[in-house]
Design a protein around this ligand. Sequence first.
Ligand SMILES: [Zn+2]
Length: 338
Amino acid sequence: MTEFLRHLPKIELHCHLEGSMSSATVRALAARHAADHSAVWDGEIPDHFSFADFPDFGRQYLFGLGLLRDEEDLARATDDHAAILAAQNVRYAELTTTAYSHLRVGGMAPEVYRDGLNEGRRRAAERGVTIGWVVDIPRDLEMPDETVTIEYLESGRTPDGLVGIGLGGYEVGFPAAPYADHFARATALGLHSLPHAGETEGADSVRQAVDDLGAERIGHGVRVLEDAELTKQLADTGVFCEVCPTSNSLLGVVDSLTDHPLPRMIEAGLRVSLNTDDPGWFDTDLLTELRIGSEVLGLTDADHLRLQRDALDASFAPVDVRAAIAAELAQFESDPTA
Ligand SMILES: [Zn+2]
């Protein structure tokens, strides 16, 4: 089982660059900037991150985010994560990055942000990993009357491989519908609609993502099952759900991994894939999520192959990359031990 999953060519659709930073990356960047971490951790920066509660998670996340200050930091964070992806046979990954945090909160120049992401993507390609970028609006930071993210996207100073606009952050109290105009402007630029919904809020949040933002994929979407009619609508129209079990478990979206709704989502005919969300902070990786799929959620090897094909299908990978991965998956299916 483990060998099958290890060698399986993989695609990841839901991972945040700012949440992907491993302990090694955080240490290296903290040293580069001589950053004081004493308000976040006692003693050394730990080998594996863990958190006591949501505020504790927030403190660590913001410390890591604050280390991304220039082009090299962004390139390094991207490339460090690409090294982990390459080691796990991940061929294509869509990484979400929050422009607002860097440009507005961090005061970074748009050109520096763009060039850092481009350099990171170039280094990742050298490792055999193609990166697609998603720029998300942080709904609990950027209010609907602000236009920082959409104006950045319209400025043209965006990275190569940009495929979509997302909507991240805490859903409760921050509904999706007020961002309809932002998403209309982004999709007019040719970007795909990829909002988070149905994570910390229920089915109504998913409905807004679909009806008001034109969602083609939903980040998480696990709570759509609370509404059978909407679940059927998603299944019938092929709106895809990016499922992140460890994230859901650690953030209390599900009581435990054994209660995770992934099997019921598949049963209901939803197209899904497994993802890491914030692998650095959640101390996970894609192979671990796939193992959870097998060992806790009952997925077979054939299910895993189908999920990778569905993820490839739902991705916005360039045509040549898509064809190469499809061929590799066919080859793998004919001989998983090769
Ligand atoms: Zn996410």
